[in-house]
Write a protein of this length. Structure first.
Length: 111
């Protein structure tokens, strides 16, 4: 991850041994490893939470898209029903409706 080689680790260990001494070095290593473990766990926890949120957003987006597609299908079906009903035998074209309706002049003859 940080691309630290064996020689760098050996150098850090030697400097820590000189600075802390042989009596305090084991406790310092133990404390450092505990902190590193906690940091790794919290980082992995945050990473998992972000991945879950991203997954949840993706699921929400898919559900939204599926709902839109379903609404479009319903609209197409309604449109086909309306167009199919408009060409049936019960409906009259606009010209026939105008001819079938009595005009106002037919009801009131002029003197």
């Amino acid at each position: 991850m940080f691309d630290i080689g064996f020689t760098e680790l050996l150098l850090v260990g030697l400097v820590a041994l000189v600075v802390l001494g042989p009596e305090r070095l084991p406790g310092a290593v133990r404390t450092a490893s505990l902190w590193i473990g906690r940091i790794k766990r919290s980082f992995n926890s945050i990473k998992a939470e972000v991945e879950r949120e991203i997954g949840a957003d993706e699921i929400r987006r898919q559900l939204h898209n599926e709902r839109i597609l379903e609404l479009e299908r319903e609209m197409k079906a309604m449109k086909q029903d309306i167009l199919g009903t408009g060409t049936g035998s019960n409906s009259q074209p606009a010209e026939n409706v105008a001819e079938a309706a009595p005009s106002v002049q037919d009801k009131n003859p002029q003197p």
